[in-house]
Structure formats: structure tokens, C-alpha cells
Design a protein around this ligand. Structure first.
Ligand SMILES: [Zn+2]
Length: 61
């Protein structure tokens, strides 16, 4: 008897055995979506590092 889990992305039933290499996701696509959301959230962190406050144009005439 195969244990089944729900895909965290789409909710599809996924058998927890070697027939589902992407478990707990139902497919590679759902796995990538999950990774993408995680990466997207990380990138959203606003930071001044992208635009340093240093501006040396003002020192030139
Ligand atoms: Zn899925």
C-alpha cells in the first residue's frame, strides 16, 4: 500500500514512492514554482545596498 501526500502547490495526490521523483510535489514544475516563490520573496527585501547613498557627482563642478 502506497502512502500518498498532497502536492503543496496544486494539491494533487502524489504517491510517496519512487514513481514520484518530485515528491512531495506532483511534478518538476510544481517544485520549481515553489523554489521560485521562495527566491522571489528573498529578492524582494528592500535594501539600500542596491543604491549606495554615496554620490560623488555633487563634488564636481
Ligand atoms: Zn502539483
Amino acid at each position: 500500500m502506497t502512502r500518498k501526500v498532497n502536492c503543496p502547490i496544486c494539491g494533487k495526490r502524489v504517491p510517496w514512492d519512487d514513481s514520484a521523483p518530485w515528491r512531495p510535489f506532483c511534478s518538476e514544475r510544481c517544485k520549481l514554482i515553489d523554489l521560485g516563490e521562495w527566491a522571489g520573496e528573498t529578492r524582494r527585501i528592500p535594501g539600500p545596498a542596491a543604491h549606495p547613498p554615496h554620490d560623488d557627482r555633487q563634488e564636481q563642478h
